[in-house]
Ligand binder design. Structure first.
Ligand SMILES: NC(=O)c1ccc[n+]([C@@H]2O[C@H](COP(=O)([O-])OP(=O)(O)OC[C@H]3O[C@@H](n4cnc5c(N)ncnc54)[C@H](O)[C@@H]3O)[C@@H](O)[C@H]2O)c1
Length: 248
């Protein structure tokens, strides 16, 4: 649906779920995708399935590792044009049960991991005439959680929204666009426990004006738009892809 001819895009968390659909859309659009995931098995399998793709093991919770792997990617691949930060973890404990460790891990992977990946590629984009960064946030970042994720998750995604706008402001003069997509309930391995619980599932569906959860490809379409040149003048946008939960 979107043109990625002559584009090489790094997609984190592309071993499964939403990230895998994004990677698929890039290859179908004529581009090359660099899959980064902590899960070697699914990441490699995805790269093999897609064809014009390669896999790098990256742990978004390990900031030294992100910078090392990113440097290797930029050294080994010609003209990387985009970064999609899709890797993320859920945190669903009630506020009173969130330990310091749970809080720290969620923020470290979802927010600091996104920062570090952006920070590691930003100078490369500056030197190479620009680039497109697309962050995968969540409706939780706008409404304080309440679907599946709770306080730590919502805070990490609210942080991603702020980070996205700040990068958009500072990156603009270097032709670096930065946008984010906020999905709501989407059928992926992350939400299996919710999909499998009829009572919780019905409660969450009841909060979505479209009256259903999304399929990963429906979220990927909006991410692919932001990641493509079709969105050439879109910058600093926090786009909702949530069936109508947030209307702002
Ligand atoms: N599924 C939903 O309902 C939903 C809703 C809103 C936002 N999101 C966001 O969309 C993104 C993708 O979610 P999904 O539903 O496809 O999840 P998923 O769990 O199906 O896939 C997440 C991917 O990220 C990878 N990953 C996890 N931790 C990592 C780490 N430390 N380093 C590198 N890779 C890591 C996993 O191996 C996996 O391949 C996440 O950022 C999530 O927060 C999902």
């Amino acid at each position: 649906m979107f043109d990625f001819k002559d584009k090489t895009v790094i997609v984190t968390g592309a071993g499964q779920g939403i990230g895998k659909e994004v990677a698929k859309g890039i290859v179908e659009g004529g581009g090359k995708v660099i899959i980064c995931d902590i899960n070697e098995e699914t990441g490699k399998a995805c790269a093999e399935e897609l064809g014009n793709a390669c896999f790098y093991k990256m742990d978004l919770g390990d900031h030294k590792n992100i910078r090392e792997v990113m440097a290797e990617i930029l050294k080994n691949n010609d003209h990387v044009t985009g970064l999609v930060n899709c890797a993320g973890v859920i945190s669903k404990k009630p506020f009173m049960e969130i330990t310091d460790e749970e809080w720290e891990r969620t923020i470290r992977i979802n927010l600091t991991g996104t920062f570090t990946a952006c920070s590691a590629i930003f100078p490369y984009f500056v030197e190479n005439g620009g680039g497109r960064i697309t962050n995968v946030s969540s409706v939780a970042g706008k409404i304080g959680g309440g679907l599946l994720g709770t306080a730590a998750y919502a805070s990490s995604k609210a942080g991603v929204n702020g980070l996205t706008k700040a990068i958009a402001k500072e990156g603009g003069k270097y032709h670096i666009n930065c946008n984010a997509v906020c999905p709501s309930f989407t059928h992926t391995p992350m939400t299996k426990s919710l999909s499998d619980d009829p009572e919780k599932n019905a409660k969450v569906i009841g909060m979505i004006p479209l009256g259903r959860a999304a399929e990963p490809v429906e979220i990927a379409q909006m991410i692919l738009f932001f990641a493509s040149d079709a969105a050439s003048f879109v910058n600093g946008e926090i786009g909702d892809c949530d069936g109508g939960i947030v209307m702002d």
